[in-house]
Ligand binder design. Sequence first.
Ligand code: UD1
Ligand code: CA
Length: 487
Amino acid sequence: MNIVILAAGQGKRMKSALPKVLQTLAGKPLLHYVLNTALVLQGKNTKIGPIVVVGHGAADVKQFLQVASEQDSNLTRVSTVLQAEQKGTGHALLQALPKLDVNEPTLVLYGDVPLTGKKTLTKLAKLADGVRGQDAAVALLTQHLQNPTGYGRIVRDIEGSVKAIVEEKDATAEQKRIQEINTGIMVLPTNSLKKWLKALRASNAQGEYYLTDVIAMAVKDGVPIRTSQADAEYETVGVNSRDQLAALERVHQMNQANAIMDAGVSLADPARIDIRGTLECGTDVFIDVGCVFEGCVTLAAGTTIGPYCVIRNSVIGKSVTIHPYSHIDGAKVGANSLIGPYARLRPGADLANDVHIGNFVEVKNSKIAANSKANHLAYVGDAIVGSRVNIGAGTITCNYDGVNKHQTIIEDDVFIGSDTQLVAPVRVGRGATLGAGTTLTKDAPPNQLTVSRAKQISLQWQRPVKKTTPKAAAKKASIKKSVKAKK
Ligand code: UD1
Ligand code: CA
């Protein structure tokens, strides 16, 4: 099947420098969704991959395709054709004609209609098939709307056969009352389509070449027109404005929330979770309100995520507790660990089982072995930390000398006193204790107490008393008096 995605329109109502199809839904451009659906529908056997008709912001759209296909090789199958001037949907499809395989039907999708289901499109394509003695047909995806204003209307005869599509601006008062609308998504026999598109004229209210005019041509040629509907209304909803984009985002997020609840996840409020990527969960995961998941995140069984956490590209093990307001990016967290509140795990944070990372602790590019703790106000960067290590409050690995990053190695069973600076590269031997306030610039030997601290002294001393003038004293006295009077 040929698939052409119309994406040349400007999207004026978005009032954006970005072409409309690059506006994002759950963190990904609208066009990304349509392309993924197209690629899945086509499989790998089709000669020509999806064709995108670009126009407004063509350079940006091509740039997006370039970058995206570097990450996903499937997208290298996608090609573009330029519609230099936007003269209508029929004119847009005409630009793709030379690329189409005439032996295959053509599916038309819109780049700004992101959530059409694969099932809906497969059903539509089947309807257009000439199988079992039936002639190849035109298949239209239509929708019944309470308020059809703005859409093309499906005109049927008294027998119910589709005769034409009439655009809102060209419709008679009677036609405007028709509630069955054209979603724009259709499948057409390509050979006939060639002929029809070339015969289109722009003699209508908008002076455009309407793709919808091919329907009356098909009727004239005796080609059957069949229709079907999507299971859900959101599948055919296009984005024209920012409020429509926001509304579709909520629909999409609710669908994702329902999917993970079906898989055994509890959500404090399915309306207050945002998944921008893929979230894989084991059973009995609990997610509190306001959490955002980005990229690929895995939460193993029994894990609890507190309110307002942001988790990106991370793997969280079994029965972990992430306390509120934690920010986790590119990290691995082992089973039974406790993270946060207000913890920050940055890329390369690799925590084994039963690790505790508490409030205002930042961990970056560091391996922390089982049963180790950093519970308060610390920075652990470019470090290797052994098992059963206790990192005291205010401990800092000084990993950066202004030019290069250096490593800190902390062996098993080390105890690091509060407010310690480890000036890397440096090693703390197994079982060592660092006294509070130590600035460690040389390796600390195992099993000893290492401390760097100025000697404590005590002196006889008189705390100074504040000097005062007679004027200041009088003022103070008068303020005291007025306060008393008010009481
Ligand atoms: C179109 C349909 C209308 C249908 C509605 C559904 C026509 C004539 N009308 O109307 O029946 O109810 O969609 O939303 O087909 N595009 C181009 N090049 C162009 C014009 C449009 O690529 O020259 C693309 C747009 O980027 C968009 C799609 O085609 O993705 C639809 O264009 P739009 O202008 O939104 O069509 P409507 O007037 O809403
Ligand atoms: Ca539209």
